[in-house]
Design a binder for this molecule. Structure first.
Ligand code: GTP
Ligand code: MN
Ligand code: MN
Ligand code: MN
Ligand code: MN
Ligand code: MN
Length: 204
């Protein structure tokens, strides 16, 4: 656990620090809090009838051309992190998110970024396990969401497999450009939730 965390810390962009939730919640004056969520579900599907998908994991293409997770700025401490997160999820993903609620139990990590110029943001990350039916309902409803075509250009599923060439699949996906620490959050969740094939290695 300690070793894995230090790997992620080394991955994080400069000016970014991972911290415990308790410490992160002390950041008040001049800090904005944001919350994002990885939604996933077990998926028995087979690509080309032979490659197990294992799980469906959602990310989104953002207005700025970068990949990230649904979620956004929350009004902490006036309201709870989770109230803000669930509001952002309904703005960005639409009505299907009313079927579940992301809770404190789904919390995974916090990253604070304070570059000398620019706003001070602490990004809290959650991962929520859904049924495949719930996740598919989110995908179907997303084009009807308030922010669709504006802040959110579309949902994407993350390929968790690596094909024979050793590049196609997850390694190629990770070559995309990600917002903030979204790439670190993704890798961390895939590893810690056991969403990858046993024995598969991801090179940061
Ligand atoms: P507005 O409604 O336009 O304010 O956007 P929003 O509330 O949806 O905010 P957004 O999701 O863009 O994220 C708020 C902050 O978190 C920004 O500083 C982003 O750079 C950052 N951010 C966005 N997505 C992610 C993500 O998936 N992971 C991390 N770590 N940070 C993110
Ligand atoms: Mn085809
Ligand atoms: Mn938003
Ligand atoms: Mn957002
Ligand atoms: Mn917002
Ligand atoms: Mn908005």
């Amino acid at each position: 656990m300690g070793e894995r965390r230090s790997t992620v810390e080394r991955l994080a962009p400069t000016g970014v620090r991972r911290m415990e939730l308790e410490e992160a919640l002390e950041l008040r004056t001049n800090w904005r809090h944001a919350c994002h969520a990885l939604l996933y579900a077990p998926d028995p599907g087979l690509l080309f009838r032979r490659i197990p998908l294992r799980y469906a994991v959602l990310m989104q293409m953002r207005f700025d051309g970068r990949l990230g997770f649904p979620g956004g700025f929350v009004n902490f401490p006036d309201s709870s992190l989770e109230d803000g997160l669930n509001r952002e999820l309904s703005e960005e993903l639409g009505q299907a998110v009313a079927a579940f609620r992301v809770e404190r139990a789904d919390y995974r990590s916090s990253y604070a970024s304070a570059e000398s110029s620019g706003p001070r943001v602490v990004a809290h990350f959650y991962a929520k396990r859904l049924t495949l039916e719930q996740l598919t309902a989110v995908e179907r409803g997303a084009p009807l969401a308030q922010d669709h075509g504006l802040e959110v250009l579309g949902l994407v599923r993350v390929p968790l497999y690596t094909l024979q060439d050793g590049v196609s699949g997850l390694p190629a996906f990770l070559e995309n450009t990600f917002i903030g620490t979204a790439r670190e959050q993704l890798l961390e969740a895939l590893q810690e939730l056991g969403l990858l094939e046993s024995g598969s290695v991801i090179r940061p």
